[in-house]
Design a protein around this ligand. Structure first.
Ligand code: GUE
Ligand code: MG
Length: 316
C-alpha cells in the first residue's frame, strides 16, 4: 500500500525502463526518417566485437537489431580474440574515415594484449557514441556538452522522468568505474544534486547509502544493497546485471536486493527491464546526435522528454 514517510511517497513504484526505451526508440525512429527525407542521410553505427564472449555477442546482436529497427544502418565487425592491437587500430582508422559511419562502438572488455585506452583514444571524438574518449569525458565534466556515456545518460533520463528537477537531491553513486560511476556522478552534479561517490573502500556503506534521496548502484555484486541501506522514499537505480546459474538456467539479477527493498522505495528499476534497455536506446540516441552534429544540424535536445509525453512525439 502506498503511504507517506515524512513528505515522501513510499510505494515501490516500478520504473519501466523497457517501456520507456521503446518510446524513446520510436521517437528516434521518427527523427531518423526526418534525416532521411530532408537530408538524404541514414545514420550508421559500427559495432566492433573482439572475441567470442557469449554475453557480449548477445549485446552486440541486440544493438545491431535495434539500430535496424529505428532505420539506422548497422555495421558489425567481428574480430578474432587473437587480433593484434595494430589491426584493430587500422579498422578504427577506416571507420573514422568512412562517411557512412556516424557512430563507433568497440565492445568492452577487450582481450588483455590490447590496451583499451589506446583503442578508445583512436576513435574520432565526434563518432565516439560510448562517450569514453578523453575529449568527451572532459567535455561532459566541464559543461555536460560532450557525448555522454549511454548507461549514465539512461539513468539520468529515468531519474528526471521520475522526479523532474533533481536540484538539491542527495545522490549517492555506488561504484566508481569510468563507464558508469564517474560519469554518473558528473551528470548528477551537472543536474545540481549533492553527490557522494561510494565504493569498495568506503567506510560504513550502509550509513552513506541511507542518506541518499537518489541511489545509483553499479558494483556488479548481486543483491548487495539491503533493506537497511535505504532511506524510505528514495529512488533506486540498479545498474547491475548479474548472471546467476540456477536450476540449469541463467537468471539475471541486480546489485540491489529487490525483494527486500521494494516496498520501502519511492521508485525502483527492475533487472532485467530497467537500466539495460535504456542503455541501448541511449546508444541509438547518441548515434542520432552524432549524425546531426556531423551534418552541422541543430539536434533536438528535448527528444527523450517529448518521447514520454502522453501524446505521440511529432517530427518538427
Ligand atoms: N563499449 C561498450 N559499451 C557498452 O555500452 C557496453 C560494453 N561495451 N560492454 C558490455 C556492457 C553491457 N551493456 C549492456 C547493454 C544492454 C543490456 C540490456 O539490454 N539488458 C537487458 C537484459 C539483456 C539480457 O537478457 O541479457 C535488461 O537489463 O533488461 C545489458 C548490458 C552495454 N555494455
Ligand atoms: Mg568499486
Amino acid at each position: 500500500m502506498p503511504h507517506l514517510v515524512g513528505d515522501k511517497r513510499v510505494d515501490g513504484k516500478l520504473i519501466d525502463g523497457k517501456a520507456m526505451a521503446a518510446k524513446l526508440r520510436e521517437a528516434i525512429g521518427e527523427q531518423v526518417a526526418h534525416l532521411h527525407t530532408h537530408h538524404q542521410v541514414t545514420p550508421g553505427l559500427a559495432v566492433v566485437l573482439v572475441g567470442e564472449d557469449p554475453a557480449s555477442q548477445v549485446y552486440v546482436r541486440n544493438k545491431a537489431r535495434q539500430a535496424g529497427e529505428v532505420g539506422m544502418q548497422s555495421f558489425e565487425h567481428r574480430l578474432d580474440a587473437s587480433v593484434s592491437e595494430q589491426a584493430l587500430l587500422a579498422l578504427i582508422d577506416q571507420l573514422n574515415q568512412d562517411p557512412a559511419v556516424n557512430g563507433i562502438l568497440v565492445q568492452l572488455p577487450l582481450p588483455d594484449h590490447i590496451a583499451e585506452t589506446r583503442i578508445i583514444q583512436a576513435i574520432a571524438p565526434a563518432k565516439d557514441v560510448d562517450g569514453f574518449h578523453p575529449i568527451n569525458v572532459g567535455q561532459v565534466a566541464i559543461d555536460g556538452q560532450g557525448m555522454t556515456p549511454c548507461t549514465p545518460l539512461g539513468c539520468k533520463l529515468l531519474l528526471e522522468h521520475q522526479l523532474g528537477d533533481l536540484s538539491g537531491q542527495h545522490a549517492v553513486v555506488l561504484g566508481r568505474s569510468n563507464i558508469v560511476g564517474k560519469p554518473m556522478a558528473n551528470l548528477l552534479l551537472q543536474a545540481n544534486c549533492t553527490v557522494t561517490v561510494a565504493h569498495s573502500r568506503t567506510h560504513d556503506l550502509p550509513a552513506i547509502c541511507r542518506q541518499a534521496d537518489i541511489l545509483v548502484v553499479a558494483v556488479g555484486r548481486p543483491g548487495m544493497v539491503k533493506r537497511d541501506w535505504i532511506k524510505p522514499g528514495a529512488v533506486l537505480i540498479d545498474v547491475g546485471i548479474n548472471r546467476i546459474e540456477e536450476d540449469d538456467r541463467t537468471r539475471l539479477t541486480g546489485d540491489i536486493d529487490f525483494q527486500s527493498v521494494q516496498d520501502l522505495a519511492g521508485a525502483i528499476t527492475p533487472v532485467p527491464g530497467g537500466v539495460g534497455p535504456m542503455t541501448i536506446a541511449c546508444l541509438l540516441l547518441n548515434t542520432l546526435q552524432a549524425s546531426y552534429q556531423q551534418l552541422n544540424l541543430p539536434f533536438p535536445d528535448d527528444l527523450a522528454e517529448r518521447a514520454w509525453q502522453p501524446q505521440a512525439a511529432t517530427t518538427p
